[in-house]
Design a protein around this ligand. Structure first.
Ligand code: SF4
Length: 348
C-alpha cells in the first residue's frame, strides 16, 4: 500500500496531469516473459495508484488524456444483437445463457439472415454505426460459422461496421471472418488472471489470449474488456486493465461492463459495486489505453443519468444502443438520445 501511495502522489503531481506519457514511452518495447506478446507499459501498482487518486484529480487526468486523443463530445454507438441465444456449454458465473444455470433465458436456434438484416437496418436508422452479432457458443463449429459469414457480409454491405462475438476461434476461423468483411471481433478477458478461476472453469485465460492473437494476426480490430463488480478486489480490477493495456497493441475497443446480476447465476447476490468505483475503473481504462474506445457496456440500465455522465467525463466514448444487450436490458434508444441531448454529446 505504501508503494501505491507514493506512486499515487507522483502521478497526482504530474504537470498538467497528462497521463503517464513518460511511463508509456519509457516502457514501450520492454517485453515480458508471457507467451502472449505484451509490453510493460503499466504495472498493476501504477494502475492501483490511479484508482487511489482523489476523485477530482483522477477525473482531471482522464479528461486530459481523453481530450488529447478524442473529440470529448462524441460517442460511438453500437448495437448488439443476440443471433443465437442460450444453451451455452460454458460456465461463466455471470451469464444467464449458460445451459447449466436455471435462468429465464431459453435456448434458441441461430436467427435467420433476413431477421438479422431487419435488425441491422433498424439499428442503422437509430444512429448506430456498428452492428455487433453475438452467439452463445463455446466457439463456432464450421457449420455454425458459414451462415454467420453471410450475415457479416450482408450487414457490411449495408454500410455498417461489423462486429461479432462467437466465443473461442480455432485455427483458420479468423481468416474466414476477415474475408467476410468483419471489422471487429469481441472476446473479453472478463477479469484479472488471478480472479478468473473463481468465475469460469471451462476455458482458460490463455484460451482467451489465443483467440485474441488469432484475431490480431489477420488484422481484425480487437474488442476486449471485462466485467466489474463480480466480487473482485481493486487490485484485480487494476490487474484486468494491466492485461489489456500491456497487449502489444491494446484493443481498439475496450468494453467495461458492470455486472448485471441475474437470478439463477452463481454471481447473483454479489455485493453491489459503489458507482464511484465503476467510474474510477473507466477513468483508469481511459488513462492506460489513451487511444482505445472505452465502451460503457452492460449494466448501464441500472445506472443513473448522473453516473453515466460521470463515465463520459471519465473518458467513456462508446455505448451500446438498443433495448437489449444480448439477454439483459439496456436503456432504450430514445432515452439515450435524450441523455445525449442533455449532455451535448453527438454520436460518431
Ligand atoms: S459468456 Fe458466452 S461463453 Fe460464457 S456462458 Fe455466456 S454465452 Fe457462453
Amino acid at each position: 500500500m505504501l508503494e501505491s501511495a507514493t506512486k499515487s502522489s507522483t502521478v497526482a503531481a504530474m504537470p498538467e496531469a497528462v497521463v503517464d506519457t513518460s511511463n508509456l514511452t519509457a516502457n514501450l518495447g520492454k517485453a515480458c516473459s508471457h507467451e502472449h506478446a505484451t509490453v510493460n507499459r503499466w504495472s498493476v501498482d501504477e494502475i492501483v495508484a490511479l484508482f487511489e487518486l482523489p476523485f477530482s484529480d483522477l477525473m482531471y487526468q482522464a479528461q486530459t488524456v481523453h481530450r488529447a486523443n478524442f473529440d470529448p463530445n462524441a460517442v460511438q454507438v453500437s448495437t448488439l444483437l443476440s443471433i443465437k441465444t442460450g444453451g451455452c456449454s460454458e460456465d461463466c458465473g455471470y451469464c444467464p445463457q449458460a445451459a447449466r444455470y436455471h435462468t429465464e433465458v431459453e435456448n434458441e436456434p441461430l436467427m435467420k439472415l433476413d431477421d438479422v438484416l431487419t435488425a441491422a437496418q433498424e439499428a442503422k436508422d437509430n444512429g448506430a454505426s456498428r452492428f455487433c452479432m453475438g452467439a452463445a457458443w463455446r466457439g463456432p463449429k464450421q457449420r455454425d460459422l458459414e451462415p454467420v459469414l453471410k450475415m457479416i457480409a450482408e450487414v457490411k454491405a449495408m454500410g455498417l461496421e461489423t462486429c461479432a462475438t462467437l466465443g473461442m476461434l480455432k485455427e483458420g476461423q479468423a481468416e474466414q471472418l476477415k474475408d467476410a468483411g468483419l471489422d471487429y471481433y469481441n472476446h473479453n478477458l472478463d477479469t484479472d488472471p488471478e480472479y478468473y478461476g473463481d468465475v469460469i472453469s471451462t476455458r482458460t485465460y490463455q484460451d482467451r489470449l489465443d483467440t485474441l492473437d488469432r484475431v490480431r494476426s489477420v488484422d481484425i480490430n480487437v474488442c476486449s474488456g471485462g466485467i466489474i463488480g463480480m466480487g473482485e478486489s481493486r487490485n484485480q480490477r487494476a490487474g484486468l486493465l494491466a492485461q489489456l493495456a500491456n497487449m502489444e497493441r491494446p484493443p481498439e475497443s475496450v468494453p467495461i461492463n458492470l455486472l448485471t446480476q441475474v437470478e439463477g447465476t452463481p454471481l447473483h447476490g454479489t455485493e453491489e459495486l459503489d458507482p464511484f468505483e465503476f467510474v474510477r475503473t473507466i477513468a483508469a481504462a481511459r488513462i492506460t489505453m489513451p487511444n482505445s474506445f472505452v465502451r460503457l457496456s452492460a449494466g448501464r440500465q441500472g445506472m443513473t443519468e448522473s453516473t453515466q455522465a460521470l463515465c463520459f467525463l471519465a473518458g467513456a466514448n462508446s455505448i451500446f444502443y438498443g433495448e437489449k444487450l444480448l439477454t439483459t436490458g439496456n436503456p432504450e434508444a430514445a432515452t439515450d438520445k435524450q441523455l445525449f441531448a442533455k449532455l451535448g454529446i453527438h454520436p460518431l
